[in-house]
Design a protein around this ligand. Structure first.
Ligand code: OAD
Length: 244
């Protein structure tokens, strides 16, 4: 794998920013969204499950689907790709990890200060007041309610048509504009504003690289594109970085 150019940039970098998508968790057995056959949005219609309108229409159905995803993710373990990023963070002066994933696997691998661009699957949020409820509410398998206002609780993820949490948005845009190296890992780069981060980094002069076995339409414009799995490329980058 011709990693030399990227390794030189990484060794000189003051700030490395990484954006991950569902692909980095694929090797942990968590389904991605858009891949043919296995992608979640190939099997389910996001308009039935991942919009505020869907929740208003049928909160029970939405909760059943998210409980199924919680169980699936709870059984999954972080993989070598997640773990390599934990170690890489320690080898560079500044490291920002932005994830579109809601599975918490980066944190379980040991990454800290992860910017969760699309929220977290395991958080409960009041549909009425938007506050996060830390303590699990007993709902006997139905729709849990807010202990404060009695409104329905919803999963704390960002749904289609909803805004990205302000702090996550501001911090990621600032990191993309400031970094010297930007790595886009395991994302189809089809969903904005997350997909725009690489462009911000590139326009600010950063070296931009993609890791994806199925190169995206943006790859040709990046400095490096590695058509391989995150669980292979990231440990290799780490190994070579550790040798110097
Ligand atoms: P996608 O399912 O759109 O893309 C996953 C990408 O990972 C694809 O391009 C795959 O080729 C790639 N991939 C698969 N296995 C891989 C591996 N082992 N290593 C590296 N890459 C691999 O998922 P996202 O780009 O994350 O939003 O999707 C973005 C957003 O769309 C998600 O956060 C979600 C979804 O709707 C919300 O839920 C708000």
């Amino acid at each position: 794998m011709p990693l030399d150019g990227l390794l030189t940039a990484l060794r000189e970098a003051q700030h490395v920013c990484v954006l991950t998508g569902a692909g980095i968790s694929a090797e942990s057995g968590v389904p991605t969204f858009r891949e043919a056959q296995s992608g979640l949005w190939e099997q389910y219609d996001p308009l039935d499950l991942a919009t505020p309108e869907a929740f208003l229409r049928d909160p029970d159905l939405v909760w059943r689907w998210y409980r199924w995803r919680r169980e699936l993710v709870a059984k999954a373990e972080p993989n070598p790709g997640h773990r390599a990023l934990v170690s890489l963070a320690k080898l560079v002066p500044r490291f920002t990890l932005v994830t579109q994933n809601v599975d918490g696997l980066h944190q379980r691998a040991g990454s800290s200060d992860v910017i969760e661009f699309h929220g977290n699957l395991f958080a409960d949020r009041c549909f009425v007041e938007s506050c996060i409820i830390d303590e699990e509410q007993d709902s006997a398998g139905g729709v849990p309610v807010c202990p404060g206002c009695g409104g329905h609780l919803r999963p704390g993820v960002v749904w289609f048509g909803e805004a990205i949490p302000e702090r996550a948005l501001n911090d990621s845009f600032a990191a993309a504009a400031d970094c010297d190296v930007f790595l886009s890992i395991g994302t189809s780069s089809l969903v904005y504003p997350a997909a725009g981060l690489a462009e911000i980094a590139r326009n600010s002069g950063a070296t931009v690289a993609e890791v994806n076995p199925d190169p995206t339409e943006h790859a040709a414009g990046f400095d490096h594109a590695f058509a391989a799995k995150a669980g292979t490329v990231l440990p290799e980058i780490l190994k070579r970085m550790s040798e110097t």
